[in-house]
Design a protein around this ligand. Structure first.
Ligand code: ZN
Length: 434
């Protein structure tokens, strides 16, 4: 890089540090109990609700629960004082549901009991035992709330108990990654010298499928995330990956940029993300079952991404996901593809061994069953990419729950741990390349 190029890097780095500082400030919970003086207006509400005022508060005033915002999803069945009975809406034109994200207003000082019912019919009932809901006082900091699961109550009920300090509180299946944050990630990253931005195509709702490209090396590396939109940890992972790859001082970033050409698609399914879906796009289609024969009518997102891969070829690919049930980080490979080669398989296994050695958040004991010879589902991205390009491809799964080998009581698996895992994955790639 020449001198003016270095100056531009430093300028960009300064801007990024300012952003980080702002973000750190944002991480400090700004909780002002009763700051909006609920006693000022709650008497009127309590009167309508037939409630009573206790110490300037009412015990029976209704909660206000809504989800008509980016990635919001909840159905309010009933509210009784600080207790609510809820359900999760299905992904449009599909039977999948599991992702929730909603706001509770009028909560201050009260012990909330929120029951999400009917969950035995959710996409992954195995995701609820041992799961704790994510809760935020400010939409920046996401903690875990006391949560119980009872499969025999109201068709499977998750009960969240939480006493927020402020009037407002948000709950979600995992820390959301918003469309606005995605737009900022694209804008910030595309502004770095040496980073290219492209639009691979458009989703059914007309959202761009963004790709960021960087690096000057001969290896074609694709990182794709969030085919399943409710798996928001995938885009937190992408943030960590781009942070490392664009850092002029990071030794792994430097090595990787010289060895590889990176193509990063932080969000393959922006429509499902905005709509508050778990698993599908705007047409109710599971994109990770479209890779054999994608169509512009059902899965233009996959048409766009696979077409771009055909143009570049693929040497190495990580498809980033979250898993509802298994409390661990694990990888799924391509062992069952008909064109499997020893070199490919050895490359995959060697990568896993390096990653397992480098980060205590990754393990190989728990995971999915491995497909038998020739029995791979080629409609899934990892299998299709490994078969189509002879690539070392893999599906990375992070937990919605926690890594039980290294649990965190306050946060469970989190955005920060997702970002750090991305750094571990890229450092492992640097070592793997030799
Ligand atoms: Zn997934």
């Amino acid at each position: 890089m020449d001198v003016s190029g270095f100056a531009a890097w430093r300028h960009a780095e300064g801007a990024r540090n300012e952003d980080r500082n702002r973000e750190r400030e944002g991480r400090v919970p700004r909780i002002y109990p009763f700051r909006s003086s609920p006693s000022f207006y709650l008497p009127a509400i309590a009167h309508r609700a037939g409630g009573s005022i206790v110490g300037g508060m009412t015990q029976n005033a209704p909660l206000f629960i809504d989800a008509a915002f980016d990635s919001g999803n909840i159905e309010v069945l009933s509210v009784d004082g600080p207790n609510a009975t809820l359900a999760i809406g299905r992904d449009k034109d599909s039977d999948f549901f599991q992702w929730f994200h909603f706001r509770v207003a009028g909560a201050a000082g009260r012990e909330l009991t929120l029951r999400i019912t009917g969950l035995n019919a959710s996409a992954y009932p195995g995701g609820w035992p041992g799961y704790r809901a994510c809760v935020s006082p400010d939409r920046h900091n996401w903690f875990r709330a006391d949560t119980d699961w009872d499969a025999s109550e109201d068709g499977g009920t998750l009960t969240i108990r939480h006493q927020p300090a402020g009037d407002l509180v948000w709950f979600a299946y995992f820390a959301p990654y918003s469309q606005e944050r995605h737009a900022d990630l694209i804008a910030d990253t595309a502004g770095y010298p040496g980073v290219g931005h492209g639009v691979l195509g458009y989703s059914l709702d007309g959202r761009a499928i963004d790709v960021l490209t960087l690096g000057e090396g001969p290896r074609e590396v694709w990182l794709i995330g969030r085919q399943h939109p409710g798996e928001s940890m995938a885009e937190w992972w992408m943030e960590g990956a781009l942070d490392l790859l664009t850092d002029p001082a990071d030794p792994h970033g430097r090595l990787l940029r010289s060895a590889c050409r990176f193509h990063v698609v932080p969000n393959c399914n922006p429509d499902g993300s905005f709509r508050g879906h778990l698993r599908t796009n705007a047409a109710g289609v599971n994109l990770n079952r479209e890779w054999a024969t994608p169509t512009v009518e059902r899965s233009p997102e996959v048409v766009a991404i696979r077409g771009a891969m055909d143009a570049t070829g693929v040497d190495f690919c990580i498809d980033v996901h979250g898993d509802e049930a298994i409390p661990a980080v694990f990888m799924a490979g391509f062992e069952g593809i008909p064109g499997l080669t020893e070199t490919q398989l050895e490359g995959y296994r060697r990568y896993l061994a390096i990653l397992e050695r480098r980060t205590p958040d990754f393990q190989t004991r728990l995971g999915y069953p491995v497909a038998g010879p020739g029995r791979a589902n080629l409609s899934m991205a990892t299998n299709q990419i490994a078969q189509r390009f002879g690539a070392v491809a893999m599906t990375l799964e992070m937990p919605f729950k926690d890594n039980d080998d290294l649990p965190c009581a306050d946060f469970g698996w989190s955005p920060e741990r997702s970002r750090l895992l991305a750094r571990g994955c890229l450092a492992a790639l640097a070592e793997w390349l030799g």
